[in-house]
Write a protein that binds this ligand. Structure first.
Ligand SMILES: Nc1ncnc2c1ncn2[C@@H]1O[C@H](COP(=O)(O)OP(=O)(O)O)[C@@H](O)[C@H]1O
Ligand SMILES: [Mg+2]
Length: 342
């Protein structure tokens, strides 16, 4: 421990396409949508996280909301840097400090992002006083967060269904043996619902409404044991232009999502087919782990289990599995050196 260590702090960040989470001193201190609201005239950020999320779809011409990591790539470098910086500056336990402490950080990034984007994230972190910045791939962090012993010579399959991407990976001996990242995840499900309502009911609904429908009554199967009650959904009638409400069933949402879920199933099958036989044998015995918010879609575990004929386990608190794993790596940085991105 150095003399000036009291001036430095450690944080773990899950920079997700939908949600950013930060752990500091073993506690989740930030859990916010990855979104900023920007003044178009000045390019200044006027809100971040939950506050910006509430503005989504309700802005006027001078304000726009941006999700900087939307499709698993950094769409807007400036907005993403400002978002990271504001989230860090708003950590309550750091805000009180007189000096901005120097930070040691482990940041988990979507595995689809490019070298250039990775460098941008690293540089953004350094500009907010990151003295030691480490990056880790999402499925690895998810596996650690789920409690899988990733260092064993044993194969484990992780499927992390986030907002922008679904990341599928087989992990053994601290490395990713084979993986696949597909741009079918929560955001696509939400858009499927918007499309369905427009084409089947002439009802134009917003993204936030569609997301609520997905979470309240969304389903990945037709045969739910306890289907949720029908939900009333409001939007604009495309024929009359008037606001309108209709009643929607869980089964309809199943129909809306089916095509996208097939694509996730196919990606899981493809990854299984690429898995070396010894590791496939391990996965046969241990099953597949699901993480990410999308894994909470009703019946998705059952459906994947039928398709793969494997046991499927949803991580405890799936929205936080990745940040938990990132926090574990931060606390044991020497032990986990090998999983950090060089
Ligand atoms: N109960 C739920 N059922 C279905 N989808 C959900 C549920 N809760 C959250 N989601 C979806 O999960 C996604 C966010 O998951 P998350 O793991 O935070 O993504 P990311 O890591 O990409 O930020 C969003 O698309 C959200 O709508
Ligand atoms: Mg994630």
């Amino acid at each position: 421990m150095g003399f000036f260590d009291f001036l430095s702090e450690e944080i773990a960040i899950d920079l997700g396409t939908a949600n950013t989470l930060i752990i500091h001193n073993d506690k989740v201190v930030v859990d916010s949508p990855s979104i900023v609201a920007m003044d178009r005239r000045t390019s200044k950020i006027i809100a971040v996280g939950q506050e910006a999320n509430l503005m989504q779809g309700k802005t006027h011409e001078n304000i726009k909301t941006i999700r900087p990591l939307k499709d698993g790539v950094i769409a807007d470098f400036n907005a993403s840097e400002q978002m990271i910086s504001l989230f860090i500056k708003n950590i309550p336990s750091l805000k009180k400090r007189f000096f901005t402490p120097s930070l040691r950080m482990v940041i988990c990034i979507p595995s689809g992002i490019t070298e250039v984007e990775m460098r941008a994230v690293r540089e953004s972190a350094e500009r907010v006083n990151g003295k030691e910045v480490y990056l880790i791939h999402e499925p690895m962090a998810a596996a650690i967060g789920i409690g899988v012993d990733i260092m064993q010579p044993k194969g484990n399959m992780i499927v992390d269904i986030g907002g922008g991407t679904t990341e599928i990976a087989v992990i053994a001996l601290s490395g990713i043996v084979c993986d696949k990242s597909v741009k079918i995840a929560g955001d696509v499900f939400t858009n499927d619902i918007i499309y369905y309502m427009r084409t089947q009911h002439n009802l134009f609904i917003g993204e936030r409404t569609a997301e609520r429908v997905k979470i309240s009554i969304g389903s990945a199967t037709e045969e739910l044991e306890n289907p949720p009650e029908d939900m009333s959904v409001q939007g604009r009638d495309l024929l009359t232009g008037k606001p309108k409400e209709i009643l929607i069933s869980s089964r309809e949402i199943y129909n809306a999502l089916d095509k996208s879920i097939i694509r996730i199933e196919d990606s899981v099958m493809e990854t299984l087919a690429k898995t070396p036989p010894e590791l496939a044998a391990d996965i046969y015995n241990t099953g597949v782990y699901l993480a990410g918010g999308g894994s909470m879609l009703r019946g998705l575990d059952k459906r994947l289990s039928q398709k793969t004929e494997l046991p499927i386990f949803i991580a405890e608190d799936p929205l936080r599995a990745v940040v938990r794993g990132t926090g574990t790596v931060l606390k044991n940085i020497e032990r986990y050196k090998s999983v950090l991105i060089k």
